[in-house]
Design a protein around this ligand. Structure first.
Ligand code: HEM
Length: 466
């Protein structure tokens, strides 16, 4: 009897990598939904299918960002300090316009200069950090310093000193680790970057004027949130997905390596990567008025609309789960359910032009130096940070590559078991902590959507600039 019990327990433990992570993820989703307590609707759904998804997303009343959703407390918690002036979370109004204008200015420039800077930063970091003939890396960790240097150059217009890179990379890593619930926040680490940026902003070192309608402290937080968190994290995650997909589809990597001038094929590879692994799982909006879709389908003011990128991107494709860049030669991206940078009608990504240029240049630097090999699980949220082997391209493949690949696979499966439990525990802790702090809820008790105490209006930025 006891032997049967022992065998059953052993079987349960040994097969844990197969069943435990998915169950824990489902449980975490339930905890999040319950604690946040929002009356949220996720699209596409049976009522509003993929064909009407963009109509709802782009509806003029689907324009609330933070006010009125319990979910906002959690996002503000993860992004703090300064979530109240992060472009993604600002409500529409003069402060938002001012911030969006500044972001556009900092992201603009001739295409070749933007691409050259990405190649330079990638080359420098790769030559510094990847020195062995075979180097095991976590792709996200390798990419964070690359994009930290790049974003520093966008903001300050000069090469990034090592100390600044460490501050930026430490901050970005802290935010993305907390967002994925694989670690807790470290406010002191974030604060160190705030102090550094405050000194640089006070010295007038930023290469474009900062939003005049923000206070000096808010300008620092704006830069920290938009450029040294969002930009660094998004570019690092996109690049980690792209490189992991190339590691698992060597024929695609070979084709890119053979013909680096074929920008059309690179566009297909990037579209396919962001189709299967969109950086946003869900983007949300809070309705500021009623949305009436006809036929009895209405969403009242204050509804939290959640737009599921993976579900939308999967709709209408044959074999949606298969990584196939050539599908884009058959179906142009414009004709598909494909919004890797959001919807044009409702606050799309301001880096939709820059990101492909920069990613392409940095990818060419990686492929020129290395072949990539990985046997790990590739999921959209990439909590494993993309374990991968980088092998120098200018020599024969090492003989023990297959054994290293087998080791990566087994380690990844077992790490997944442990990590899923950690994510459940830390995720629950952070959700509860965020609910107690109520950063967004308390902010809107004392400020209107324009960011002013009730009864005050912000000075028009043109008046302030005069
Ligand atoms: C491949 C890289 C990137 C992808 C795939 C991406 C994707 C997206 C998506 C889908 C949205 C819309 C979310 C929504 O509708 O709520 C968005 C918004 C945004 N992104 Fe990106 N992004 C990338 C890189 C960047 C970079 C480099 C920056 C640099 C500043 C950036 C800054 C922002 C900001 C500020 C918003 C909010 C826009 C607003 O509300 O006005 N993103 N991004």
């Amino acid at each position: 009897m006891w032997l049967t019990g022992l065998l059953a327990a052993a079987a349960l433990v040994l097969t844990a990598p197969r069943w435990l992570p998915a169950r824990v993820v489902a449980l975490r989703a339930k905890v999040f939904a319950k604690v946040n307590g929002d009356n949220a609707i996720t699209f596409p759904n049976a009522q509003v299918g993929p064909e009407r998804f963009q109509e709802v997303y782009g509806h003029p009343a689907a324009n609330g960002r933070s006010r009125g959703a319990a979910l906002s407390d959690l996002f503000w918690y993860w992004l703090s300090p300064g979530a109240e002036v992060h472009q993604e979370h600002l409500e529409a109004g003069p402060r938002y316009d001012d911030v969006a204008r500044t972001t556009r200015a900092l992201l603009s420039g001739p295409a070749d200069e933007l691409a050259d800077a990405a190649a330079r930063c990638a080359g420098r970091v790769l030559d510094e950090l990847v020195t062995g003939r075979v180097t095991p890396v976590r792709l996200r960790d390798l990419m964070v310093p690359v994009w930290a240097e790049y974003c520093y150059e966008l903001v300050f217009g000069e090469p990034c000193p090592r100390a600044a890179r460490d501050l930026i990379a430490g901050h970005a890593d802290d935010v993305v680790t907390a967002l994925k619930c694989t670690g807790l926040r470290h406010p002191a680490r974030r604060e160190r970057l705030t102090r550094y940026l405050a000194r640089r902003v006070a010295a007038g070192d930023v290469r474009r004027p900062l939003p005049a309608s923000l206070s000096p402290a808010e300008r620092v937080h704006y830069l920290q949130g938009t450029f040294f968190n969002t930009a660094v994290v998004q570019l690092s995650e996109a690049m980690a997905h792209l490189l992991l997909a190339l590691a698992q589809h060597p024929e695609v990597a070979d084709r890119l390596r053979r013909d680096p001038a074929d920008d059309r094929y690179f566009a297909h590879v990037l579209d396919e990567t962001l189709r299967l692994y969109p950086l946003f799982g869900i983007a949300h909006r809070i309705t500021t008025g009623e949305i009436d879709l006809g036929g009895g389908t209405t969403f009242p003011e204050g509804t939290v609309l959640c737009f599921s990128y993976p579900d939308y991107h999967a709709a209408g494709h044959r074999d949606p789960g298969v990584f196939d860049p050539d599908r884009w030669a058959r179906v142009p991206a414009r004709a598909a359910h494909h919004i890797p940078f959001g919807v044009a009608a409702n606050r799309p990504c301001p880096a939709w032009r820059l990101s492909p240029l920069a990613l392409r240049a940095a990818t060419a630097e990686v492929l020129r130096r290395f072949t990539l090999h990985s046997t790990v699980t590739h999921t959209r949220s990439l909590p494993n940070r993309g374990p991968c082997l980088l092998v120098r391209a200018d020599g024969p493949p090492p003989r023990h590559l297959a054994a290293l690949g087998a080791f990566l696979r087994v380690r990844d499966r077992w790490e997944d078991v442990w990590r899923s439990v950690v994510q459940l525990v830390l995720g629950t802790v952070m959700v509860l902590h965020a609910r107690r702090l109520r950063l967004a809820g308390r902010y809107f008790e004392t400020h209107d959507t324009a960011g002013c105490p009730p009864g005050h209006r912000p000075p028009d930025h043109r008046e302030r600039a005069e």
